[in-house]
Write a protein that binds this ligand. Structure first.
Ligand SMILES: [Mn+2]
Length: 338
């Protein structure tokens, strides 16, 4: 389908489900709620469905309470997906990321629209707005609205949600940046986005436990490999229990070691009951998505990626450190200049 057919379809009221990925982050929630507000404005009946709950500090956006958490209400979620005439897939592009909803999603006869900025899409859809150069899915929601010729409908609610997504995925305008992200942000501010409040809500909204866990990571669980410009943080289940870990509490921790001048590659390992989750970040040219795909069944963006391991935490750590010498050239210390 082309954008004209989508515009045509959306010109009469539809039952719409907006689905995003498991463990939703600020972009997933911001993009979904931004699109939700826009669709309500067009008199559609819409619902945002997330596979699992989002962190407490992401629950400040307008109409957050309308979000359905599939894990908690699977029957209602399944009913909505079966009833939907249109399904949007936001901020993901492979069915497995919609944990628990994979079959409902792939088997549905609804018109499917994907809005995403991750590599290697494999979800079958009728229309895709897919751009790996976009800062965030929220930026693409803005472009989708623009493509429909409906930019004039962007009010302060939509502006706040889209800004939250851009701000979150760029780490407050540090990563995945594009001139477009700044242009769109300027427009959103003119439409009433409260950027100062959202910056605070996203980045200065820790619980005491979360801050102490961050302190513990940095003082007790950070190891530096100077010859490979690499930093590694690892946390066991016991560590997480000790700090009353809640979803989202480790968000952003992997970025801190990159604040050390010499560090180019930062890895965080987190033990869960099923596996060890790995987060990868880099500054500069080292492509962490390739590293994640090659060694840890993962992927993502050039400077931000994730993966997993079925080994124990100790053995995953061992595997990771044994891999570093193979990247000696790419990770050799360098002098920073622009
Ligand atoms: Mn995103």
């Amino acid at each position: 389908m082309d954008i004209e057919s989508i515009a045509n379809l959306l010109s009469s009221p539809q039952k719409i489900a907006i689905v995003t990925h498991t463990a939703p982050d600020g972009d997933a929630i911001g993009a979904s709620l931004g699109l939700y507000h826009f669709l309500l404005g067009l008199r559609h009946s819409a619902k945002v469905i997330v596979p699992t709950a989002h962190a407490h500090y992401l629950q400040f956006l307008p109409h957050n309470e309308e979000i359905l958490i599939f894990e908690s209400e699977p029957d209602e979620g399944a009913r909505l997906l079966k009833d939907a005439g249109v399904i949007f897939a936001l901020d993901f592009n492979t069915a497995s990321r919609a944990k628990g909803m994979e079959n409902l999603l792939t088997q549905s006869n609804a018109v499917k629209i994907m809005i995403d900025h991750h590599l290697l899409p494999d979800l079958k859809v009728d229309f895709a707005l897919w751009d790996i150069k976009a800062s965030s899915a929220a930026e693409l929601v803005f472009r989708f609205i623009e493509m429909l010729g409906q930019k004039k409908r962007i009010n302060h609610h939509i502006a706040n949600c889209i800004y939250a997504g851009i701000c979150s995925d760029t780490g407050r305008f540090k990563y995945n940046l594009s001139a477009n992200a700044y242009r769109i942000t300027a427009f959103l501010m003119e439409k009433g986005a409260d950027v100062a409040k959202i910056n605070d809500a996203l980045f200065d909204n820790f619980s005491e436990d979360r801050l102490r866990l961050l302190g513990y990571c940095i003082t007790e669980k950070l190891r530096i490999f100077p010859e490979y410009s690499t930093a590694v943080i690892w946390l066991s289940k016991e560590d997480l229990t000790r700090f009353n870990y809640k979803a989202g509490d480790m968000e952003g921790v992997v970025n801190y070691p990159l604040s050390i001048t010499e560090i180019k590659f930062s890895v965080m390992l987190k033990e869960t009951s099923e596996e060890v989750r790995l987060s990868f970040r880099s500054k500069g040219d080292f492509a962490v998505n390739e590293f994640a795909a090659k060694h840890f069944n993962g992927g993502g963006h050039k400077n931000a990626a994730g993966g997993s391991s079925g080994l124990s935490l100790t053995n995953t750590l061992k595997q990771l450190t044994e891999l570093l010498p193979a990247y000696e050239t790419e990770l050799a210390p360098t002098i920073f200049a622009v």
